[in-house]
Design a binder for this molecule. Structure first.
Ligand SMILES: [Zn+2]
Ligand SMILES: [Zn+2]
Length: 186
């Protein structure tokens, strides 16, 4: 069976080199749906607690929320970093609290201190799905990702992964046979 959760991300971006309106900097509220598949865990009668899917995903994905997402070759990148630098906010600000763990993959690098994500490819809805799968595939048994942003949407399905051992008391994945939340040992 599948469990799914949704989360929303507010971000600014542009399609550098694109010939439509989207070549100008603009913003969106993007909605990401993450579906995970596994057996129903008998102890808690769920595949995976939805709030835990959200928590796991949010830990990295909050880097995209209230963030600027630019392609690595976009000339706006050095220009904006120059402004942040002169304002003294490039390396962080006391009011920039909602920071995720910094990450670097082949597709994207997050700079939480200045709420910036630099991508290898243009950050379309399809591009976002590739980035998200890469970031979360080892943490969750993802079988489907859907991302919508305004009137644009994309979806991708993935083959099922092996069954994960989960805590019969709180449903989250066991780490070396022990529950990181309640201390249960298999
Ligand atoms: Zn857009
Ligand atoms: Zn537990």
């Amino acid at each position: 069976m599948k469990s799914f959760t949704t989360l929303d991300l507010q971000y600014a971006h542009r399609f550098y080199g694109f010939k439509g309106e989207a070549q100008y900097l603009h913003g969106h509220t993007g909605i990401l749906t993450i579906e995970v598949e596994d057996t129903v865990n008998a102890g808690v009668n769920m595949v995976f607690p939805c709030n835990e899917i959200k928590k796991t995903a949010w830990e990295v994905l909050k880097n995209f929320d209230h963030a600027l997402i630019l392609r690595e070759d976009d000339p706006l990148l050095p220009a904006i970093l120059g402004v942040y630098e002169s304002q003294g906010i490039k390396n962080g600000a006391p009011t920039n609290m909602m920071k995720g763990s910094a990450f670097k993959t082949d597709l994207a690098t997050a700079y939480p201190e200045c709420r910036l994500v630099v991508t290898k490819e243009t950050m379309t809805v399809e591009g976002m799905i590739k980035i998200v799968y890469d970031l979360l595939k080892d943490k969750l048994n993802i079988v489907k990702l859907t991302f919508t942003s305004g009137v644009n949407g994309a979806t991708e399905e993935y083959g099922p992964q092996k069954e994960r051992a989960r805590c019969p008391l709180c449903g989250i994945a066991l780490n070396n046979g022990a529950c990181p939340k309640c201390g249960y040992k298999a």
